[in-house]
Design a protein around this ligand. Structure first.
Ligand code: ATP
Length: 369
C-alpha cells in the first residue's frame, strides 16, 4: 500500500506558488528524503500532508486517508517532528513524553520511548539543560509516542553537530526497521544519502527528480569526474582544448600535477588521448563518484532562493503576506493555540469547509506551531 500519495498538488500563497503540480508516491516502509534549497516548498508540502495548509489544487492521501477529509485519522497514525521544535525548559524529558502520551490519548510507557531515542538516563533532567541533540531526540521521542505508522520529520538534523546528526540517523534507521514509513525533509545531503531509499528533489516548488541516489547518479551522468595525474605542466591552451571536447563539462587544475575533468563516461578516453597527443604524460587517472552535493547542484543550480513568482514585483508582496500571516499566527497562539508542537488537533477543521476563513485558520495553526 502507498503511505503518501500527492496528485497534482499546487499551493499558492497569494501571488507566490510555493508548490506546483506536485505528484509523488511514497510506499509503506520506505524512508523517503525530500530535498531542496531554501524556499523550494518542502515545509509547505509537509504542511499539506498534515492538513495544516490546504492545497489550492490537487489531492493528498496519507496512509489511505484523504488528508483533508480524514485529517484526524491521519494524525492519529502520524508522528511529526516539526522544524524548530522548542522544549519547555522547566519540564523533564519524561514530562515531555507524558504530555505527548496524554495529548495523543494512548497507553505508552514514557521510559520505553525515551530509551528508543537514547534519553533514558536523562529522563529526570529538565529539558532546559539538554544539548541541542538531546532536544531533537526528545522531540523525536514525542513524535514516536503511539508508534505511528508514518514519521514526518522536518529538518531533523538542523543545527546538530556530526555526532548528533549520526545519532538522529541511527534512530531513524531503527524506526524504519520496525516498519515505519519515514518522510523527511533536509538540505543536509549526507543525512539523506545515509538513510533514504529514495529522494525527491524540489526546486522552485516543482519536483525535478525522484529516484534512489544511485538512480540519480546514473540519470545525471555525474559519476564521471576524472582525476588525471600528469607528469608535465599543462598549458592554458591545452586546458581550453580539453574543455572543448565533446562531453566535457569542466576542467580544472588540481595542484601542479593533476587535472579534474567533469565529463560524460564515454568522453574519458578522448580526454586522456588528447592530453597525450599534446605531449602531456598521463601517469594515472581515476574516476571519482559524484558526491550527493554534486547531484543536488546538478538538479538545483541556477535556483533562486524564492519560489516561482507569478507576478512582477511579487516578492515584496509575498514577504508582506508572509509577515502578516505570521503575526496573525502569533495572535492565534496568544489566543490559546496548541502548546504541543507534536499535537496537531487544533488545525483540524470541524466543518471541513473550504471557505477563506477555514483556510486561513489552518495556515495560521501551521505557522503558530
Ligand atoms: N504562509 C505563507 N505565506 C506566504 N508565503 C509562504 C507561506 N509559507 C511559505 N511561503 C512561501 O512559499 C515558498 C516555499 O516555502 P517553504 O517554507 O515551503 O520552503 P522550504 O523548502 O521548506 O524552505 P526552507 O528549507 O527554507 O525551510 C517560499 O517562497 C515561502 O516564502
Amino acid at each position: 500500500m502507498t503511505a503518501i500519495e500527492l496528485d497534482g498538488v499546487t499551493k499558492r500563497f497569494e501571488d507566490v506558488t510555493a508548490v506546483s503540480d506536485l505528484s509523488l508516491t511514497v510506499e509503506e516502509g520506505e524512508v523517503f528524503g525530500f530535498l531542496g534549497p531554501n524556499g523550494a516548498g518542502k515545509s509547505t508540502t509537509i504542511n499539506v500532508l498534515l492538513d495544516f495548509v490546504r492545497p489550492t489544487e490537487g489531492s493528498v492521501t496519507v496512509l489511505g486517508h484523504d488528508a483533508r477529509e480524514e485529517s484526524v485519522a491521519v494524525r492519529e497514525r502520524t508522528g511529526v517532528l516539526p522544524e524548530g521544535f522548542g522544549v519547555y525548559d522547566r519540564l523533564t524529558g519524561r514530562a515531555h513524553v507524558e504530555f505527548a502520551i496524554d495529548s495523543k490519548e494512548v497507553d505508552a510507557d514514557p521510559d520505553d520511548v525515551l530509551e528508543r531515542v537514547g534519553l533514558a538516563d536523562a529522563a529526570d533532567r529538565k529539558a532546559g539543560g539538554y544539548s541541542k541533540g538531546m532536544r531533537q531526540r526528545l522531540a523525536l521521542a514525542m513524535a514516536l509516542v503511539g508508534d505511528p505508522d508514518l514519521l514526518v520529520l522536518d529538518e531533523p538534523s538542523s543545527g546538530l553537530d556530526p555526532a548528533g546528526a549520526k545519532e538522529m540517523r541511527e534512530i531513524v534507521l531503527s524506526e524504519a526497521e520496525r516498519g515505519t514509513t519515514v518522510f523527511f525533509s533536509s538540505h543536509i545531503l549526507e543525512q539523506v544519502e545515509a538513510v533514504c531509499d529514495r529522494v525527491g528533489i524540489l526546486r522552485g516548488g516543482e519536483l525535478v527528480a525522484v529516484d534512489s541516489i544511485e538512480g540519480l547518479r546514473e540519470a545525471t551522468d555525474a559519476d564521471a569526474t576524472l582525476r588525471v595525474s600528469v607528469g608535465d605542466p599543462v598549458a592554458d591552451e591545452v586546458l581550453a582544448e580539453i574543455r572543448d571536447l565533446a562531453g566535457v563539462r569542466s576542467v580544472d587544475r588540481d595542484g601542479d600535477d593533476a587535472l579534474r575533468v567533469a565529463c560524460d563516461s564515454d568522453a574519458k578516453t578522448a580526454v586522456v588521448t588528447e592530453l597525450e597527443e599534446r605531449g602531456i604524460t598521463v601517469t594515472d587517472f581515476t574516476t571519482e563518484e559524484a558526491s550527493l552535493e554534486d547531484l543536488f547542484l546538478a538538479y538545483t543550480e541556477d535556483d533562486s532562493d524564492v519560489a516561482v513568482d507569478d507576478s512582477d514585483g511579487a516578492e515584496n508582496d509575498r514577504s508582506e503576506a508572509a509577515e502578516s500571516e505570521r503575526s496573525d499566527a502569533a495572535d492565534a497562539e496568544e489566543a490559546g493555540g496548541t502548546d504541543d508542537p507534536t499535537e496537531a488537533g487544533t488545525a483540524d477543521e470541524e466543518d471541513g469547509g473550504d471557505d477563506a476563513d477555514s483556510e486561513a485558520s489552518a495556515e495560521d495553526t501551521e505557522v503558530a506551531r
